[in-house]
Design a protein around this ligand. Structure first.
Ligand code: URA
Length: 290
């Protein structure tokens, strides 16, 4: 169910509600809606009215986020912020459920992705699909995108200037889709989104809490599926890490991290506190105790 480039103005029915507590349940309740053919863009999804507790997300909120996502999709399609636009065939915005609880972030489009304008459609994408099915999910239930939206020539590594130009799009995607869990695939996405240079081999499989796109999420670093295709042992580790995802989606999100202003306010002396006794002021040389 892909929304075509020409039909991008209608990203279609975002899930009208999201469970605060029941991530996988919420995903399970997101039902497929009708197809509108085409090449790129997030899929149509419609929430089924379903029972169960959790935070109701109003249809108007979901529709407004969907509309903004369509605008972002159009902007990315025409983006010329870095030289990669000169060599790409199609920008690859990302695809999937525009109201997904689970989001995957890869590195950059490869040759096949560049041609189709869709993320992870080559061999690495096939493995991603298989691993999703093994945990009871489908590609249509999640949102998949990359750090870079344009293919680097010959699949070379993304350059710092390209990442800097493209990363605001990724943070906007997180802000608008509102996932609970963001899985980073490989070193580039992991280092960018954790803000930490530690390599994927050391951090993979252990969830972290981060604020991304103005929202507190679980971030789960995973090996890149392309690395898993090269090394059977890596594939097994990736499979084992995937198996932890459903429980993580179900887990209650931690409270938002305090902002710098909140920490400062917490540690600043309270204006209403009574002044310290005069002898203590004298101890610090602040008062005449004679
Ligand atoms: N590798 C990536 O990182 N992203 C894709 O979309 C495909 C392969």
């Amino acid at each position: 169910m892909r929304v075509g480039a020409d039909a991008a103005a209608d990203l279609g029915g975002l899930a009208a509600r999201k469970d605060a507590a029941g991530g996988a349940g919420a995903l399970g309740r997101i039902a497929a809606a009708g197809e509108s053919g085409g090449a790129a863009g997030p899929d149509h999804r419609v929430a089924q009215a379903a029972g169960g507790g959790g935070e109701a997300v109003s249809a108007t909120d979901a529709a407004a986020r969907r509309e903004e996502l369509v605008g972002l999709y159009k902007e990315v399609s025409k983006c010329t912020k870095c030289p990669l636009h000169e060599t790409r065939t199609k920008a690859v915005f990302g695809a999937g459920n525009a109201d997904a609880d689970l989001m995957f972030v890869g590195e950059a489009p490869g040759a096949e992705e560049d041609l189709q304008g869709l993320p992870f459609v080559g061999r690495a994408g096939q493995l991603l699909n298989e691993l999703l099915v093994e945990i009871g999910l489908s590609r249509e239930a999640v949102f998949i995108c990359n750090v870079l939206k344009s293919r680097p020539p010959n699949n070379r590594d993304p350059q710092p200037t390209e990442i800097a130009a493209c990363e605001p799009y990724l943070f906007e995607q997180v802000r608008l889709i509102q996932p609970r869990v963001v899985c980073t695939l490989g070193n580039f996405a992991t280092k960018l989104l954790t803000g930490n240079p530690t390599g994927i081999t050391r951090v993979r499989g252990t969830p972290q809490t981060h604020e991304l796109g103005g929202r507190t999420v679980f971030l789960l670093p995973l090996f890149h599926p392309a690395a898993a295709l090269r090394t059977p042992a890596v594939k097994e580790q990736l499979r084992a890490d995937f198996a932890t995802i459903p429980a993580l989606i179900e887990q209650a999100l931690p409270a938002p991290l305090p902002s710098a202003a909140e920490i400062a306010a917490e540690t600043a002396p309270d204006q209403d506190d009574p002044p310290p006794p005069a002898d203590q002021l004298g101890f610090f040389g602040g008062a005449d105790t004679a």
